[in-house]
Design a protein around this ligand. Structure first.
Ligand code: GTP
Ligand code: ZN
Length: 288
């Protein structure tokens, strides 16, 4: 059978089949010998056994994988921020966008708590106009249709600072239905004080998986060459090829089309300033 790993604990893995039914499995010995560790989100071939745990036989090639917590095959990284408190950390969002794009994951920004703080929400929309931005309120249940549409059939990872409302959003979109977990019926609405576990939740109504984490292991610049950084700024793309120098870092080089676009207000000044700051943090570092 084909399935997706939703949870791993104490040598056991929980694998959902295509109908969202959960099976307790062990990894077959070959994986340990080859030093392969299944992770949450992995798509696997497994055999189920009557009244006993099954076996994961094969892990399909991963589309992407993020670490600490280790999660694979994410379709969408939903970067949740707040229009009220806690105030948005723009640099963190820039880094999460970079991290997603580097892994080939589609990033979507989700501004929660928009029943107030509309000015902040508009500013976020403006700075990230090159990306998809949703405005929602978990409390007022507004903007959820677009979020639900996004979810359908996908594995969506909710990430962002603590207290922006990730759990609240998952609860309001998933709480109508009861969730099947290991044959037991359990409400999707988790208590706010339950300990955080690395677990994918299945939302049968949307045939979707969601995962909730404040972030992944500290962003590092490994794997992003200094010259490659600009490539992760979608709004630079129309101009980047027009600079005088090939490989222009859009910093102090003369005749830079990106800088010109900033001066003309076509690229957001604040995003550009943060880009320079990130670029600076690369100076003198070994990347690659
Ligand atoms: N005003 C307002 N508050 C909200 C909204 N959504 C969530 N909150 C509140 O924000 C606080 C944090 O919500 P959580 O859902 O626990 O946030 P989280 O992002 O999951 O936080 P962590 O689990 O710590 O990562 C709670 O007090 C919620 O009631 C909203 O749409 N508007
Ligand atoms: Zn340039």
């Amino acid at each position: 059978m084909r399935g997706r790993i939703t949870k791993g604990t104490g040598g056991f893995y929980y694998v959902n089949d295509e109908n969202g039914r959960s099976y307790e499995c062990k990894a077959c010995g070959r994986f340990r010998n080859e030093n392969i560790k299944p992770v949450c989100g992995d798509l696997v071939d497994f055999t189920a056994r009557q009244g006993e745990y099954g076996f994961i036989e094969n892990i399909l090639p991963r589309m992407n994988v993020l670490s600490r917590p280790a999660v694979a095959n994410i379709d969408i990284l939903l970067i949740v921020v707040s229009a009220q408190k806690p105030h948005i950390d723009f640099m963190l969002v820039d880094k999460l966008l970079l991290q997603a794009q580097r892994e080939g994951i589609r990033p979507v920004l989700c501004v929660n708590k928009t029943e107030a703080g509309l000015k902040a929400a508009r500013e976020i929309e403006r700075q990230y106009a090159a990306y998809d931005v949703l405005l929602v309120s978990a409390h007022e249940k507004t903007g959820l249709a677009a979020l639900k549409e996004l979810l359908f059939g996908k594995f969506v990872c909710f990430t962002g600072q603590s207290a922006v409302g990730k759990s609240s959003l998952i609860n309001v979109i998933g709480a109508e239905k009861e969730l099947e977990v290991g044959g037991m019926s359990k409400k999707t609405a988790r208590g706010r004080h339950t300990t955080r576990t690395t677990e994918l939740l299945y939302l049968p109504e949307y045939k979707a998986y969601v995962f909730d984490t404040p972030g992944f292991s500290m962003f590092d610049t490994k794997g992003v060459a200094r010259e490659g950084l600009a490539g992760y700024y979608k709004e630079f793309a129309p101009y980047a090829g027009l600079c005088r120098f090939a490989g222009c870092a859009h910093n102090k080089e003369p005749d830079c089309a990106v800088k010109r676009a900033v001066e003309e207000g076509k690229i957001d000044e604040k995003r550009y300033q943060r880009y320079l700051k990130l670029l600076e943090s690369f100076e003198g570092k070994e990347n690659g």
